[in-house]
Write a protein that binds this ligand. Structure first.
Ligand code: KET
Length: 421
């Protein structure tokens, strides 16, 4: 008979020596969220996190919007709200209001019932569901994404069975839009290809087409019968106006053509961790929209079954109540304006120091980020010497700046440029 301690010892040593996961390699940290991981490990009192695109107050604190607090209080007080499963496509009123927010309530496609909207897990989840639907049901499983783009686009679409190709977008020489390159690449992309467009506040470059350029892009995409897929993660953050930031999306929806839109409420309502978003299809007819919705349910059910309720109820409350909506627009404008103020403060500080280089792009770029033009070596230097955390491509989240740390950043940039060029 085997002594019981011997069995225990065998078990322990087996655990030590082998695992069915023995061959699993250590994975790399995410290029954006990994910056926060590194930041959290740093104990320096002056450390600054300019990595992830998350809004911070002038005091450097995450912000829960007042309208969100009020909506939440009302939800908690309402005894008729329960924790039942939502339908597979989420809260119906949330879906309707989300489509209206991005397309405009008077959008012909909505009036004609040619749209279908499903509640998804924030912007990422909306893109992922859209990708899988395209992979299953669309004849062209190629998507053209801007170069550069939000890094996760490269990973989301292939998982849905859609391969990724790039179109030129940013010109490092001018730190502006490579409009000609973009038009050439879209022109030579196959007819029918899916084209990913950032609705506003392009991430990471902060460079958006002008309204006239948008019009030319729209005409080209429509003439090539390509399928636009808008990623709208920053509605209201670019100009401070929800309507103005939705203008490119609305012009595409207004021409009668089909399209997809992934919406996120992470940034504009500060609901990052609640994971609230929506995926809208604008279709050619109500009948098609209905069938698309039925197939979206078949994509979602085995993926996560149905979405969470709390965040969607907050959005529903804010979008459906006149006063809350009005107050939201004021808070949103406040966030956008604070970011713009930080752009000027950083620009002025660099000018004052006489930091070599042109820095006007800091005030010209739009949205949450400045694409500084700093190289990887300079970024590493700034992190090591100044405890400033940012993504390796030189992107800084302007929302993480405030009157107290902006000079520290200017000093770090000055040192990086003068010592590491
Ligand atoms: N699209 C874009 C363009 C985008 O910048 C983000 C987030 C998302 C979608 C997805 O956000 P969600 O939280 O799933 O609604 N960008 C910031 C955060 C991140 O990388 O997850 C960022 O670039 O820092």
């Amino acid at each position: 008979m085997m002594a019981s301690h011997q069995v225990t010892m065998e078990k322990t040593s087996a655990r030590k020596e082998s695992s069915v996961w023995q061959g699993v390699e250590q994975g790399p940290e995410d290029p954006i969220l990994g910056v926060t991981v590194a930041f959290n490990k740093d104990n320096h009192p002056d450390k600054v996190n300019l990595g992830v695109g998350a809004y911070r107050t002038e005091e450097g604190k995450p912000l829960v919007l007042d309208v969100v607090r009020r909506a939440e209080a009302a939800i908690v007080a309402d005894r008729s709200v329960n924790k039942e499963y939502l339908p597979i496509i989420g809260l119906a009123s949330f879906c309707k209001l989300s489509a209206q927010l991005i397309l405009g309530a008077d959008c012909p496609a909505i009036v004609e019932k040619r749209t279908t909207t499903v509640q998804c897990l924030s912007g990422t989840g909306s893109l992922r569901v859209g990708a899988e639907f395209i992979g299953k049901h669309y004849h062209q499983t190629i998507i053209y994404i801007p170069d550069p783009t939000w890094g996760n686009h490269n990973k989301i679409f292939p998982l849905g069975g859609v391969s990724v190709r790039k179109y030129r977008y940013y010109d490092p020489a001018t730190r502006g839009l490579d409009f000609q390159g973009m038009m050439e690449d879209l022109h030579s992309a196959p007819s029918g290809a899916v084209v990913l467009l950032h609705a506003c506040a392009h991430n990471p470059t902060g460079v958006d087409p002008t309204p006239e350029q948008w019009e030319q892009i729209r005409r080209l995409i429509r003439s090539k019968k390509q399928l636009p897929f808008f990623d709208s993660a920053y509605q209201g953050f670019a100009s401070g106006s929800l309507d103005r930031d939705a203008a490119p999306v609305r012009s595409f929806a207004g021409d009668g053509g089909e399209m997809l839109i992934a919406q996120s409420y992470a940034k504009n309502l500060g609901l990052y961790g609640e994971r609230v978003g929506a995926l809208t299809f604008v279709c050619g007819s109500p009948d098609v929209a209905k069938r698309v919705e039925s197939q979206l349910k078949l994509v979602i059910r085995p993926m996560y079954s149905n979405p969470p309720g709390h965040g969607a109820r907050i959005v529903e409350a804010v979008l459906s109540d006149k006063q809350l909506f009005q107050d939201w627009t004021v808070e949103l404008k406040g966030m956008a304006d604070r970011i713009i103020t930080m752009r000027h403060k950083l620009f002025d500080a660099l000018k004052q120091k006489g930091t070599p280089g042109r820095w006007s792009h800091i005030v010209k770029q739009i949205g949450m980020f400045t694409f500084t033009g700093l190289n990887k070596d300079q970024v590493v230097f700034m992190t090591k010497e100044y405890h400033i955390y940012m993504t390796a491509d030189g992107r800084i989240s302007m929302a993480g700046l405030n009157s107290k740390n902006v000079h520290h950043l200017a000093e770090a940039i000055h040192a990086a440029v003068t010592r590491r060029s």
